[in-house]
Design a protein around this ligand. Structure first.
Ligand SMILES: Nc1ncnc2c1ncn2[C@@H]1O[C@H](COP(=O)(O)OP(=O)(O)OP(=O)(O)O)[C@@H](O)[C@H]1O
Length: 239
């Protein structure tokens, strides 16, 4: 994305969520996006994933300039090339876990086989829960169904917004290991917003944001401590 700005509202009420931001996400890598509340992390994710349009600037997914796409084309691009693991934006409540996992493929006219669906659910440890609806699953299990859905359609990029925010430590580690796995084994690209240094430690790179811009980039391998220390040091620096 190049020189991207996103302004919500207008006049005195306007909020600049992204301020001339330029960055890129290399294919087959795992990036964590961190920064204080309100720094623009979710807005970055939504714009980069084609869920929202920037006010100005250019966003390329592969060689496609998102601003040249109409709503239908944008929907198709999201369906075919992008996976989402969002807390608030997850599963279709009327469908079973199996049906949720199969849904993107079915919508794209490439319905996965029962074996593929079962293999994806087994990979996230839910082999026996395929017949259950989201309301019958815990938060962590629902999140793992969302990861299975991202695994099965093999989108080029997977966007995750606080994917472990509501999970306990053990379940968080499982979900993060799954995200790491889709990068290492399948060369998919993962972009994850998190507040948690131990979640960010699974990434190859950490983007630190403040006031709608990238203020720093850190490169792994990381530990939770190394990220926490780097963030604390930057906060202490005078502006
Ligand atoms: N729909 C909206 N209308 C008006 N302002 C908005 C809207 N969405 C976000 N903002 C504002 O844009 C700024 C960036 O928001 P964003 O959600 O991207 O931050 P964030 O870094 O993800 O924050 P958090 O860590 O709290 O989730 C904030 O000041 C927020 O209040």
């Amino acid at each position: 994305m190049w020189s991207v700005s996103k302004v919500y509202g207008s006049g005195a009420q306007s909020v600049t969520a992204l301020n001339n931001m330029t960055t890129s996400f290399r294919a087959g890598t795992f990036t964590a996006v961190m920064g204080p509340s309100g720094s623009g992390k979710s807005t970055l994710l939504h714009c980069a994933a084609g869920l929202d349009r920037p006010t100005s600037g250019k966003i390329l997914v592969g060689d496609v300039d998102l601003s040249t796409l109409d709503e239908t084309q944008l929907t198709l691009l999201r369906r075919d090339r992008i996976g989402f693991v969002f807390q608030s934006f997850n599963l279709v409540s009327a469908l079973t876990a199996e049906q949720n996992v199969a849904l993107p493929g079915r919508l794209a006219g490439k319905a996965p086989s029962r074996e593929q669906v079962n293999a994806a659910l087994a990979e996230v440890g839910l082999a026996r829960r395929g017949g259950h609806r989201p309301s019958e699953l815990s938060g962590g299990e629902q999140q793992r169904v969302a990861v299975a859905r991202a695994l099965i359609s093999r989108p080029a990029a997977v966007f995750a917004d606080e994917p472990t925010g509501a999970l306990d430590t053990k379940t968080s580690r499982d979900v993060l290991a799954l995200l790491r796995n889709i990068v290492d084994r399948h060369q998919q690209t993962v972009i994850m917003v998190t507040h948690d240094p131990s979640a960010a430690a699974y990434a190859d790179r950490v983007l630190l944001m403040a006031d709608g811009r990238v203020t720093d980039e850190l490169y792994g391998p990381f530990t939770a401590e190394s990220i926490a220390t780097a963030m604390a040091n930057r906060q202490e620096q005078p502006c």
